[in-house]
Write a protein that binds this ligand. Structure first.
Ligand code: GLU
Length: 433
């Protein structure tokens, strides 16, 4: 996956050579980016509650730090492997550069299905992971964050373990002195523990900001219909924000299945219903009521093929591939998951004229507010949610406008234009290194 992702950059490379007129350095830069700077593989022993010892595989891939310390989430997922983490780390290098953050790119993961662990086991595994990567992380080195199946509670355990280990390593008596600085080693923490207002909703909010910018450029009139695959933190918050902005959320799904209603769902009520029932099926909540006559159940495959204006894959990667890409009927795809389209799907859909808003732009709200969280920790500040969201809007609309201009100037897709902008910035970092 990493290799294919990288190989498609040939066209971008040629454009950069044209813009920057520095062939040699660009060739060198691409040679460097073709491999991560460091791959850490760890084996994590976990004593299960039944007394069995199980060994879990974990990774931290530090792809590039020309623009600043490595940054990126940690995912817990049964399919985690080195290649996947490498691809995602590379995408983080591109994403942080694209938004103009002074950060590089990394990703981590543990090959585990967290649903099979008790809370105590999950905590112990998370702490063990930190013990194994401790030497390689820190506010100036690498700053992990949540990703698929990880959240603020896990970040709190991790930062606690990190601070404990630092106290031991530095024999520090002054326990409170640099606490906030150490906390900046992880973002996506709980608010009580140094997390930022708005971080939880940030990825969804960012998706809304980017989509609204696009809709304005295209002069499209609301209500527009939206189908969202994935009802976790990202999918749910995006659904909520879009609903508030007058979009019609006609389909929603989680890993077990989905729901459809022509009239459009109220995502907050759907979430309440899902929490009560433990399953999204049957949660046909429209306006202020949930009623079995207001919708129908659909599958996770069907949701991708609906006749809607906007399709949002907000769960996992590679859900749209060469077998189902030609069945997609949406006019716009907003990639809220990382890497939801395979190479072939991307090509098929581009040829069909579908506008694809790439993950590195669409879901960059999360890492942007992570950056704000770091800043708040390092400067002993606390920003209000209003300030967080208004700063987020500034960063993302600026990036969007720049991407749009490059897209028009060079007749590129939004993904290609995003890569050009990001790599131009990484090139500058490379030259100054
Ligand atoms: N996991 C998120 C992403 O893929 C956020 C990363 C971060 O906040 O560092 O962008």
């Amino acid at each position: 996956m990493f290799k294919e992702n990288f190989e498609k950059l040939i066209k971008i490379k040629e454009i950069l050579k044209k813009i920057l007129k520095d062939e040699k350095s660009i060739d060198n830069l691409f040679k460097i980016l073709e491999n991560p700077q460091r791959i850490i593989k760890v084996y994590l022993p976990l004593k299960r509650e039944n007394d069995d010892l199980e060994i879990f595989e974990g990774y931290r891939v530090q792809h590039n730090n020309f623009l600043g310390p490595y940054k990126g989430g940690i995912r817990y997922f049964p399919k985690v492997d080195e290649d996947e983490v490498k691809t995602l780390a590379f995408l983080m290098t591109i994403k942080t550069a694209l938004i103009g953050l002074p950060l590089g790119g990394a990703k981590g993961g543990i090959k585990v299905d967290p649903k099979n662990l008790t809370e105590k086991e999950l905590e112990e595994l998370s702490r063990e992971y930190v013990r194994k990567i401790y030497d390689f992380i820190g506010p100036d080195k690498d700053i992990p964050a949540p990703d698929v199946n990880t959240n603020s509670k896990i970040m709190d355990w991790m930062v606690d373990e990190y601070i404990k280990l630092t106290r031991i390593a530095t024999n520090d008596k002054n326990k409170n002195g640099d606490e906030n600085r150490l906390k900046a080693t992880f973002t996506g923490k709980s608010i009580e523990n140094g997390g930022s207002e708005g971080r939880e909703e940030a990825t969804g909010k960012g998706g809304e900001i980017i989509l609204e910018s696009l809709i304005k450029k295209l002069n499209l009139q609301k209500p527009l219909t939206v189908a969202i695959q994935g009802f976790g933190n990202v999918g749910y918050n995006l659904a909520k924000f879009l609903y508030e902005k007058g979009y019609k959320i006609v389909a929603l799904s989680d890993s077990k299945g989905g729901i459809y209603s022509e009239q459009g769902f109220n995502p907050e009520l759907v979430m309440e219903c899902k929490k009560e029932k433990g399953i999204i099926s049957g949660c046909y909540c429209v306006g202020s009521v949930c009623d079995s006559r207001l919708g129908k159940d659909i599958t996770n495959e069907e949701i991708l093929e609906l006749e809607v204006d906007i399709l949002v894959p907000a769960a996992i990667e590679n859900v749209i591939h060469k077998e189902n890409a030609h069945k997609v009927k949406a006019k716009i795809i907003l990639e809220m998951a990382n890497n939801p389209l395979t190479e072939e799907a991307d090509e098929i859909l581009n040829q069909k004229g579908v506008i694809i808003v790439p993950d590195i732009l669409a879901n960059s709200g999360g890492v942007t507010v992570s950056y704000f969280e770091m800043l708040q920790n390092l400067n002993n500040e606390r920003w209000s949610k209003e300030k967080v969201f208004s700063e987020l809007e500034k960063y993302l609309t600026r990036a969007f406008e720049e991407v749009w201009e490059i897209k028009n100037n060079y007749n590129l897709s939004l993904r290609e234009a995003s890569f050009v902008l990001a790599l131009k910035r990484i090139y500058e970092g490379f030259k100054n290194n």
